[in-house]
Design a protein around this ligand. Structure first.
Ligand SMILES: Cc1cc2nc3c(=O)[nH]c(=O)nc-3n(C[C@H](O)[C@H](O)[C@H](O)COP(=O)(O)OP(=O)(O)OC[C@H]3O[C@@H](n4cnc5c(N)ncnc54)[C@H](O)[C@@H]3O)c2cc1C
Length: 543
């Protein structure tokens, strides 16, 4: 179906709530796109000198590269993106490269300082290459990561990502999240057709034509307290895990099984450099990985929705120190004494399979979350961006929101291999690895550790799933089933007793109780029989 609406007519330029155009200064000029895109001609103002906090980021690393993000154009955008975190920035770059005029509104353009999004899996790195953003990992002192060392009791096992078939640069990376995000913002804001602005989006603007409600733009507040409205045929909400806007687009079912307590260890050596260290400790899971040449991140998983900060230093010192490798004790205690202990809730939220509000999309953590212990969030999100970019590429005009919305139904199917594999792995194995007094759960935890320690096919199968290099849900289910059989087999061999039989049966029931709800939340049909869903084959509208 061909769409011929004129987006400029439907979507007026960004205006503030008093009705004035938002851009009030600068030299407006009729701009020409350097790409071949049949847009209604709009007036563009290029290189408007607007002061931005992006410039004020002070790290020496960026002193030479940071530039003002100019408000590039004053006309209506094709796409509004809410949030310039990992996802918003990468999506902006992808769409702008394809010739869309993108208006990004970000609450805070200063370099973020968070304990999230510090490990990019090799599969995510490949997606970054597909998006042309791999250079954002340069000059930020990012560290190469080639696998995990898994610790349990006195034993440890080394697990490698299956990187043999790839060029040397393909590996995991770990880094300061803020540096990575800032590099992406900088690169994105150099594009002529990107308008990056600091402001907090407060509302999605909707048009109700009695049969269907369509999102037509956003209302946002700038730092000076002014309210503005911006309009576009498509609004993508990437406002992260604490999203305020997702409620109006889906039915979020957020679970918070635990929190991460984060510390930075300085000037110490990991027992195995280039590996993340995952310790299945007596009380919780502890993760250590390098985020720069001088700093190591330590994350301690504490079950529960809220973790009290008072008393945390004491808990870490008296209980946790003894659980981490001996050579890190001094650095760990120094980190506690420095006092910069951070806490983040670990949320999990299945994607709503068909959030169908024309004119809007959710992406990133606002749309879908999984337990972060496996470091898969950015990989899933970057993979989603590649799928979305491919779906939008052939569509010239985005202004028929209803057709576009129907076309994008296939997004929810095509994203499934990567998203379901990583989501299921993260949520199911988190439960398997978390501490429980139940004997069957203890057996399952031990069996999984031992299964991974078998090496060869057994560990490489899991590692290709963990790495995001083999996004294949069926393979995950087969490996999980094999782990359970292995666990039961060990209990029953050489001579099964009645007690062991009972534990074996409970082990199977625990494993099913863990994996089935996760698969159900992902959608059995979308996960395993995607090709049987009609929207899998949809032709784009308006070709
Ligand atoms: C403790 C923890 C550790 C994690 N570790 C990893 C890891 O190692 N590897 C990994 O891949 N994933 C990890 N994740 C998940 C990962 O952080 C997320 O998947 C990723 O950051 C999602 O990116 P995003 O852009 O959707 O959200 P964010 O990165 O949170 O970005 C959202 C952006 O939107 C802006 N914003 C919010 N509200 C508004 C508004 N109203 N108006 C305008 N702007 C707004 C925010 O300022 C922010 O810049 C971790 C998560 C947690 C909780």
């Amino acid at each position: 179906m061909s769409i011929r609406c004129c987006s400029a007519m439907l979507y007026p330029p960004s205006v503030n709530c008093s009705g004035k155009t938002a851009i009030t200064s600068g030299c407006h000029s009729a701009s020409k796109f350097s790409y071949n895109k049949p847009h209604t001609p709009l007036l563009f103002s290029t290189h408007l000198p607007i002061a931005s906090p992006l410039l004020k980021t002070t790290t020496a690393l960026r002193r030479n590269t940071t530039r003002l993000p100019p408000l590039r154009f004053s006309g209506a955008a094709d796409v509004i993106i809410v949030g310039a975190g990992v996802v918003g920035s990468a999506l902006t770059y992808a769409l702008a490269k394809d010739g869309r005029r993108v208006h990004v509104i970000e609450k805070d353009l200063r370099e973020p300082d968070r304990i999230v999004g510090e490990v990019l899996l090799p599969g995510g790195y490949l997606k970054l290459i597909e998006l042309g953003l791999e250079d954002c990992l340069e000059e930020i002192d990012a560290q190469r990561m080639i696998g995990y060392v898994l610790y349990k009791d006195e034993k440890k096992t080394k697990l490698h990502y299956p990187l043999e078939k790839f060029s040397y640069d393909v590996a995991g990376r770990s880094f300061h999240n803020g540096r990575f995000v800032q590099r992406m913002r900088e690169k994105t804001s150099t594009l002529e057709n990107v308008r990056m602005e600091q402001g907090t989006v407060t509302t999605l603007l909707k048009q109700d034509n009695k049969t269907v409600i369509t999102v037509i733009g956003v209302q946002y507040k700038t730092k000076d307290g002014q309210e503005h409205k911006a309009y576009a045929p498509l609004t993508v909400v990437c406002d992260g895990c604490f999203s305020n806007l997702r409620q109006s687009l889906c039915r979020p079912k957020v679970e918070v099984p635990s929190c991460f307590v984060g510390l930075v260890l300085e000037n110490c050596q990991l027992p195995f450099e280039n590996y993340a260290h995952i310790i299945l400790a007596d009380l919780s899971i502890i993760i250590l990985y390098r985020i720069s040449s001088t700093k190591v991140r330590c994350l301690v998983d504490i079950p529960g929705q809220k973790v009290p900060l008072p008393g945390m230093a004491n808990y870490l010192k008296t209980i946790v120190t003894s659980q981490i490798p001996y050579e890190l004790h001094d650095a760990f205690i120094s980190a506690i004494d420095r006092g910069n202990i951070r806490i983040m809730p670990n949320s999990s939220m299945p994607a709503d399979p068909y959030p169908t509000t024309p004119g809007a999309l959710l992406l990133g953590d606002a749309f879908n979350m999984r337990h972060p212990w496996a470091g898969g969030g950015m990989t899933v999100a970057l993979s989603d961006i590649v799928v979305l970019q491919d779906l939008l590429k052939p569509i010239r005009d985005l202004s028929d929101s209803t057709s576009l919305c129907r076309h994008l139904e296939s997004f929810y199917i095509l994203r499934k291999p990567m998203a379901s594999t990583i989501n299921t792995l993260a949520d199911a194995l988190y439960k398997v690895f978390s501490v429980s007094p139940d004997e069957a759960r203890k057996q399952l935890r031990q069996a999984t550790f031992d299964y991974l320690s078998l090496g060869r096919f057994f560990s490489s199968g899991y590692m290709s799933l963990f790495s995001g290099l083999n996004p294949f849900p069926l393979s995950l289910v087969l490996h999980f089933s094999a782990t359970v059989f292995y666990g039961v087999g060990r209990l029953l061999l050489p001579f099964p007793s009645f007690k062991r039989l009972r534990i074996g049966a409970r082990l199977v029931s625990c494993a099913l109780g863990i994996i089935l709800p996760v698969i159900k939340a992902e959608g059995v049909r979308q996960m395993f029989f995607a090709a049987s869903i009609p929207s899998f084959y949809k032709d784009p509208p308006g070709r």
